[in-house]
Design a protein around this ligand. Structure first.
Ligand code: SF4
Ligand code: SF4
Length: 318
């Protein structure tokens, strides 16, 4: 039988205030079927653990070198020498050959400065619930709760269901942060335990959706319609990515679609593109394709907001 008592997570953050009402504990699950060009958490995309290399934290092979001793595949060798401002001396760091690496994580286990680290870890339901339980007083006072995010949490929907059942058994408010790209049968398994769905809409044109996110949008739009029909409370979130999805045509199409979902949509949130996650690409040996893209200015955000409001929607920025 499949183990739903353990999930693969990226992180658990306490006291978050941006993903749902009040003060929340947010569980970030690993794995996502989308590959959005602007993704600020590329470490959450792969369902499996990946090794990340954060060169600036390495203290050098002369004073450490432990990772070289434990790597079973020869993926690590001595690499470049340079003057380290942190170590205040010249050091030689390691070089990681990703083609030879099997992401076993042995190096991460001995690298105490966390220059090498795994991007995911297994977490048991009981461990997560212990962390959630610590802040129940804050949830009550702030009308907050728990948000399950990612990655795309529906990749691990059986684990999510088990987690949300425990949250609901405690009377906690639950948000599900989803990109909408999952089977409807899987959503049906978890929606009984969700108070508010934070639903991402990225592009209304399926060809553009495929180009920008790696998947077409039919399933995403269909799931949003089905949730609205079933009276699921929805907060729609639209990242505003200049030159990608911020054309008047697309924002109008998005506004018309959201308005068509009816009273289930309580709020539309527009989120300006930012580059905060771009350094993570380098640590994973991946290319960040939007390196030159600038965040939208206030004028552009105001314009998008105005268009969406013209469809009778309640809209907030950020
Ligand atoms: S994850 Fe494993 S194979 Fe890859 S560099 Fe580290 S020890 Fe070597
Ligand atoms: S174990 Fe970490 S700090 Fe030590 S040499 Fe390897 S990468 Fe650098």
């Amino acid at each position: 039988m499949e183990n739903v008592q353990t999930g693969k997570i990226i992180d658990i953050q306490r006291y978050t205030v941006h993903d749902g009402p009040g003060i929340r504990t947010e569980v970030f699950l690993k794995g996502c079927p989308l590959r959005c060009l602007w993704c600020h958490s590329p470490d959450s995309q792969a369902a499996e653990d990946e090794i990340a290399w954060f060169e600036i934290k390495c203290i050098g092979v002369d004073s450490c070198g432990k990772c070289l001793e434990v790597c079973p595949t020869g993926a690590l060798t001595k690499g470049r020498r340079f003057y380290s401002r942190f170590e205040k001396k010249e050091i030689q760091v390691i070089e990681l050959n990703r083609d030879a690496c099997n992401n076993c994580g042995r190096c991460a286990g001995v690298c105490w400065p966390k220059a090498l680290y795994l991007t995911g870890r297994d977490a048991s339901l009981s461990e997560i619930m212990r962390i959630i339980d610590r802040d129940r007083l804050y949830y009550r006072k702030s009308k907050g709760g728990v948000t399950v995010s990612g990655g795309e949490p529906m990749v691990q929907y059986k684990f999510v269901k088990a987690l949300l059942q425990q949250c609901k058994a405690r009377g906690l408010h639950v948000c599900l942060d989803t990109c909408g790209y999952a089977e409807w049968e899987h959503y049906k398994e978890v929606l009984d335990y969700v108070d508010l769905v934070l639903y991402d809409l990225k592009h209304m044109d399926t060809v553009q959706s495929q180009r920008l996110t790696g998947v077409p949008n039919e399933l995403i739009l269909e799931n949003a319609r089905k949730m609205a029909e079933e009276g699921v409370a929805l907060q729609i979130r639209i990242p505003i990515i200049p030159g990608c999805n911020d054309s008047e045509e697309n924002i109008r199409a998005t506004g018309a679609f959201c308005a068509g979902l009816g009273p289930s949509v309580s709020l539309v949130q527009i989120l300006p593109y930012h580059r905060l996650g771009s350094a993570k690409y380098e640590r994973l040996g991946k290319e960040y394709q939007l390196a030159e893209l600038k965040p939208p200015d206030q004028k552009q955000m105001k314009k998008c907001r105005g268009i969406l409001e013209s469809y009778g929607l309640k809209v907030v920025t950020g």
